[in-house]
Structures are given as C-alpha cells and as structure tokens.
Design a binder for this molecule. Sequence first.
Ligand code: GDP
Ligand code: MG
Length: 441
Amino acid sequence: NLSGRLQGVIKNLRGQARLTEDNIADALREVRMALLEADVALPVVKDFIAQVKERAQGREVLQSLTPGQAVIQVVHEELTKLMGTDNAALNLAAVPPAIILMAGLQGSGKTTTSAKLARLLKAQKKKVLLTSADIYRPAAIEQLRTLAKSLDVDFFESDISQKPETIATNVLDHAKRHFYDVVIFDTAGRLGIDEAMMAEIKALHTLLNPIETLFVVDAMQGQDAINTARAFGETLPLTGVVLTKLDGDARGGAALSVRHITGKPIKFIGVSEKVDGLEPFHPERMASRILGMGDVLSLIEHAQKNVDLDEAKKLADKVKSGKNFDLEDYKSQIQQMRNMGGMGALMDKLPAQMAGMAGQMSGEAGDKAVRRMEGIINSMTPLERRKPELIKATRKRRIALGAGVQVQEVNRLLNQFEDVQKMMKMFAKGGMTKMMRAMQG
Ligand code: GDP
Ligand code: MG
C-alpha cells in the first residue's frame, strides 16, 4: 500500500532535527518503491529521485514544517512540475482547417479518442470532419464511421484502394472546399513499433502539416510505454499526449514516463470507452494518484493547522533578538511541540537536543510528561518564571508540593530548561553554525 509506505516515511523521520543525507536516502528509497509500484519506468524513476534529492537537501526543506513532511512535499511538487504546471489545451490556431493527427499503437485508443475529440469540438461549435487512413483494417474504418454517425459529425469516406498519402490529399482538398474548422485524422497502428508504420505516419505528417500531432498511449502499458513513446517521439514532432484507459486499475506511472521521454504535455486522459470519457489532464491530481498519497497530503494539511504559527514566530523572533529566554517561553515552547505531535516548526532552528525532546513528547506517555511539566511551571510565581535563578531549595519544595510531584522532578525540569536556555543564548549570539560546532565539540 503506497500511502502506508509514505506515512512510514513521515513516522521514521519524526523527531529528527533536520534532514541528513542519510535520512533523505531512507525516505527516497520508499518513494522510489512507490514510483516503481505505480509503473513508472526505471530510468525515469532514477532521474526523478536524483532531482528530488538535490532539492530536498536545499533551502526548501529547512524552511518547511517538518523534515518527513518536507520530503514528501518536495516529491509531490517535483512530480507535479515534471508533469506540466498547467493543463495544456488543444491548439487550433491554424488557417482552417486545423488538422489533428492521431498517432499510436494499435489498440491504444486512437479511434475512440478521435470520436471523443470530435464530440468535444462539436460542443464548441466547430465544424468537424472525421476521417481514417487505416486501410489495413476495414473494421477500424467502420468503427469510426459508426461513431461519427452517433455523434452527428461528418465523416469523410476514404477510398481504401488508395495509399494513405493519396487519401490525405483528398481529405485536405475536401475539407478546404467545405470550410471545415477541424479535421481529425485517425491512422493505422501496428501491434508493435515497426519501420513501415513509422515511415507511413511520417509521410502523412509531412503532407497534412497538422497543428496537433497527438500521441495516444494506453496507461495500462505501464513500463512499456517508455519504448513506444520514444519511438513515436523520435519519428514525429509530437505536440501532445493522450493517456487512455485511466479508468482501469492503471496507476498512472505511464504519465510520468511518457512525459519524461517525449517532453510533451499530456493534454487529455481517457476515462471510459464511451464518447464522453475524455477529461483534461491535471498534473497535480496525477501526481497524487501516482504516489497514492491522498491520505498523506491531508495528513500534512492537518499538521499545518495544528501549528500556531504566530506563537512559533514570536518565539523565533525572541531567540533572534537575543532576549532572555525564560520559563514562560519554555512552557509555550513545550506546548507548541506537543501540538505538533512532536515535530516542531522550530526544529530547523533549534538544537538537536530539543528536537529529540519533542520526539519524546509524542504519544500518550508524552502527553502525560508535558502535562506534568506544565503543572510544575504553573506552580511557580510569575517572578520565578522570569528569573529561574531565584528558585532555591525552599521554593523548590513549595513548587513540588503545589504541582503534586517530587522535588527531583522540579530539579530535572530546571536542569533541562538551563540546557535549552544555554543553547538559545548561543544561537542568539552566533547563529546555527556556531551552536552546532559547540554541540559537536
Ligand atoms: P486504436 O486501435 O488505437 O484505434 O484503439 P481503439 O480506439 O479501437 O481502442 C481500443 C480499445 O480500447 C477499444 O475497445 C476501446 O473501447 C478501448 N478504449 C479506448 N479508450 C479507452 C478508455 O479511455 N477507457 C477504456 N475503458 N477503454 C478505452
Ligand atoms: Mg483504430
């Protein structure tokens, strides 16, 4: 289960101060598995992971909410970016007729998609002509004729004793004389890539000079999509991709592979056999589908909501300005970390020791520990909270009694506070680098 896998990534990184090369590697190993399970081709996965790695080690991770979530977010963002930032629309900006040439293997869905596009364009009040040069399979021409009739779209009857090139010339001539806005030109496909087919479609392309050359590819092809995409991409100047049969159990990995290989936008997806089963392609949705991370994304949103960003910022400002960090601040910091389930927005600014403490605060035991710490601080006077150095033996006894804990626990809290305070001071003075050096030395 993919989202389970990714949730595992988040859990594993929980409580760690920052991303190291090692823990990114762990997370990316899981992401790599998720992509392969989604049928993304291996070379594509490799390139992608390398790209994410580069970005995850950079600035964005340090500024983000938590390390584990940051990795997932980078993955999701990169995936979306790779698949095109926006939905790419059909381009019909040509002197009419605008020609759409359909290319792809046999069974990929060219004929079905031709009809779907005709339906779409008809609804946009275009005068559409459907035609097929699939002279090898009379049944394929019959299939398109029937679809055209059911849509009430004109169909150009080609003479199948002629060569596809001759057919193309005749179609163009007919379309010009009858003022069609758009001609959708369906072609023959083979079961596999062969040179005769490629030569034929290349010749057709030269003759027709289409504004759109759409590569139609079956999403169920998964890993194999990469070879087909490469062959067609090298033969024809493709302008876009239609990914069909996404209504099946295809996991969408082909989208990433095909996009990566051709570099062309996916313009539509096929989601049913019926003529209305065509949808615009949404990169972001496909990224979520590939990662199977609907759950994970909502988890991230949830975590973001739980963070009181104002509080966190106030604290960070205070640290930066070098003001005294007192027990009142300590308390609000503890509460912050608790709210975030042990993962702090401040983590990238705070020492590892504190991050580790935040880790201890997750779960039920953490809940209890935090409440006790809060109880102890609540039992102090405001003056004691501001000047913890005042808290000597008698005051300690009074506080312990008030909070219902042993004096040792008050001592432990004060010691922890002192450690944190020391680091805060160091941070305020010398920044992160100096503090890290001090902690390592
Ligand atoms: P062509 O050989 O490339 O022209 O492919 P066809 O258009 O004849 O489609 C091959 C098969 O796939 C047919 O049975 C279609 O009904 C089916 N098909 C095409 N697109 C889709 C789709 O998006 N979803 C589903 N479920 N079936 C599709
Ligand atoms: Mg066909």
